[in-house]
Ligand binder design. Structure first.
Ligand code: SAM
Length: 316
């Protein structure tokens, strides 16, 4: 078994601009960015999230908002142009990103920055925030790869106590939440993302999570943007690091057991991507000698692999 995706060394580099390729959120940092014209209602990502939540809970007033892994702080900056918060806590493993987040949010609201791993933060967090956001980052959390699926299944059902090693922690999730695993072969488990969702219990009234999905189902409305999800967490090589796609069905099972109602929605639907002829054309063509169309093509074919989870804590 190999831990391939432990987060800390990579994200403490001095050059954050080299650390990750453009996120969907960053591609939609402003409503007039080129790719926003692929949306029925071109808006910045943070404004889309604010409207999405407001539609569900009929409120744009929050006491305490926590964002983990907020990158440049763009999402929170845009969110705060629509929603109100008394306190915002930005949690990030990278001090450089935290500096940029503080700069981006200066003067907007009472902001606290905390340098920490996301799971460690939640485990030590006293109280319950109103809204927690983890956008396009849980694929960076620890994924345990190279697991023997047969042995893992056997360990999960064995009537034996489990230890603290990664293999047993994965087996514990499979056992406790009856997670589906392949019958044989080599498998990867999104241990960090699972521990993160489990740790949300009692710590957030609402949580929004988005990431590259391992098990997204094709959406008939977007028949021109078919995802290539394999069903299992897949290693994705980026410029300077690798991340893993996420088994959303596993997260969903853990979130329900943690006392949340779960809404699972494709990124295409969340963003409100257009379905007209023009959008179909841009999604399909690879090279037309037009930079804007090519950027939208890349963007749509990236976004089609992503899913979002909205978790709402059940009363009582
Ligand atoms: C791919 S960027 C996403 C940034 C932003 N949320 C967006 O959507 O544009 C990943 C962010 O997560 C942070 N991060 C990665 N691993 C983390 C961990 N284990 N705990 C807390 N933050 C982490 C990185 O420092 C960075 O800010």
């Amino acid at each position: 078994m190999v831990i391939i995706n432990d987060t800390s060394p990579f994200y403490t580099s001095d050059n954050p601009s080299l650390m990750w390729e453009m996120t969907i959120c960053q591609s939609l940092s402003r409503s007039d960015n080129a790719v926003a014209s692929a949306l029925t209602n071109p808006r910045a990502y943070g404004a889309i999230l604010a409207a999405f939540i407001a539609e569900r809970i009929s409120s744009t007033n929050f006491g305490h908002i926590v964002e983990v892994g907020g990158g440049y702080g763009t999402l929170m900056g845009n969110l705060l142009s629509t929603v109100r918060a008394k306190l915002v806590t930005m949690v990030d493993i990278s001090p450089r990103f935290l500096e940029m987040q503080a700069e981006e949010l200066e003067g907007l609201v009472d902001v606290r920055t905390v340098q920490s791993d996301a799971v460690r933060f939640l485990n030590g967090f006293q109280g319950c925030c109103d809204l927690l956001i983890a956008n396009e980052n849980i694929g960076d959390f620890t994924t345990v790869d190279g697991l023997d699926a047969t042995k893992l299944r056997e360990r999960a059902v064995a009537d034996e106590p489990l230890g603290e090693g990664e293999f047993d922690r994965c087996a514990r999730f499979a056992r406790q939440y009856k997670l589906e695993l392949p019958a044989h072969g080599v498998v990867a488990m999104n241990l960090g993302a699972l521990e993160f969702v489990e740790a949300l219990s009692g710590k957030a009234g609402i949580a929004f999570i988005s990431e590259h999905s391992a098990d997204i189902s094709p959406d008939p409305r977007y028949d021109f943007l078919q995802p290539i999800a394999t069903g299992q967490p897949r290693r994705i090589e980026l410029k300077d690091h690798a991340e893993y796609s996420i088994r959303f069905d596993h997260l969903e099972a853990v979130a329900r057991a943690a006392g949340f109602t779960v809404e699972r929605i494709s990124m295409l639907e969340f963003l409100g991507v257009r379905t007209d002829k023009g959008a179909r054309f841009m999604a399909g063509v690879e090279c037309v000698g037009n930079e804007k169309v090519e950027a939208i093509h890349e963007f749509l074919n990236h976004a089609k692999e992503y899913e979002c989870l909205l978790l709402v804590a059940e009363e009582g």
